[in-house]
Design a protein around this ligand. Sequence first.
Ligand SMILES: [Ca+2]
Ligand SMILES: [Ca+2]
Length: 104
Amino acid sequence: MKNLLSLALILLVTGQAFAFGSKKNENQEATQQLSPEEAAANLLQKNDLNKDGKLAKNEVNLNFRVKRFKTADTNTDNYLDSTELTNWFQKTNQAKAQTTSAQQ
Ligand SMILES: [Ca+2]
Ligand SMILES: [Ca+2]
């Protein structure tokens, strides 16, 4: 009985720690609270490995590369600069806002 109780306690504590940790690391939530400019700057800062001020395909994660790179790369030079990223975040936020209001 005592063992069961401590197991429950451990689960509770680790569960809370995990929830806290995953909330803190939730990239998308943080991104949603930023303006498109800030989100673009943030993304560039984090992923621009060679510091040329734009993101090449090998600097973004696979998910982004497959689903969004082409959409975001409006001048099709295979790089995402801060303007393209800002525009992309703007569009994404608008799309999200429209989806949210349509659901309500
Ligand atoms: Ca780069
Ligand atoms: Ca481009």
